[in-house]
Ligand binder design. Structure first.
Ligand code: SF4
Ligand code: SF4
Length: 209
């Protein structure tokens, strides 16, 4: 069966006119080409450009490295003993980060590492201009990852009616045994949980024998 389109193609003139009309329409449309790198693109502030590391927050828990589907996060750490703060107290141990590196030649920008980090040590920065001529230079060590931190946009403001963040609620909780809040700050707790008094069921009257 010959369709109208086929007639247009085989008939010649109507098809040519249609094509010319499309060309004319497109030629008169304003251009959307961005002249990068002369004109910087206007990207959304939360674009996934590069991953920044806030080293102070990292506890070397290895969660990000274990969850990374590309195995492109490299972490080395050692344990350090912290002396007891009071005589007779117990010594404590903490992890010290020796190496944290991300190989951006393998990274697929899935964001899993940023999502799973329990200590907010990894953040997205919209910076994307770190192309290299040598692929080995795409391995960013912790100093370079940390240098991206100033380019991380601040988090969006919380909704006024949203629930209090868990960290703030924990800080406002009364310290055990002191009756004070926030680990000793003289400030009344903001949230007081009402005590639930359960009514005891009354004993049913006993029938006389
Ligand atoms: S964004 Fe994804 S692939 Fe890249 S380092 Fe994080 S978890 Fe790995
Ligand atoms: S960046 Fe986060 S998830 Fe990764 S090791 Fe450090 S604290 Fe753990």
């Amino acid at each position: 069966m010959v369709t109208a389109d086929d007639r247009g193609r085989t008939g010649g003139l109507p098809g040519v006119l249609k094509g010319l009309a499309t060309t004319a329409r497109t030629a008169l449309r304003p251009t959307h080409t961005a002249e990068y790198p002369d004109v910087a693109p206007s990207l959304p502030p939360r674009s996934r450009g590069v991953i920044a590391l806030l080293e102070e927050n990292c506890t070397s828990c290895m969660l990000c490295a274990r969850e990374c589907p590309d195995w492109c996060i490299f972490i080395d750490s050692h344990k350090e003993t912290i002396p007891a703060p009071t005589p007779g107290g117990r010594e404590r141990q903490r992890n010290v980060l020796d190496r944290f590196a991300i190989d951006f030649s393998l990274c697929m920008y899935c964001g899993i590492c940023v999502e799973v980090c329990p200590f907010d040590a990894l953040h997205w920065s919209p910076q994307f201009e770190y192309a290299e001529t040598d692929i080995r230079d795409l391995l960013h060590e912790k100093e370079r990852l940390g240098a991206w931190m100033p380019t991380v946009p601040p988090p969006p403001a919380l909704d006024e009616r949203s629930a209090e963040p868990a960290e703030v609620a924990a800080a406002n909780r009364p310290a055990r045994g002191t009756g004070l809040v926030g680990g000793g700050a003289a400030r009344p707790p903001r949230t007081v949980r009402p005590k639930v008094v359960r009514e005891q069921p009354s004993t049913p009257p006993q029938d006389d024998p």
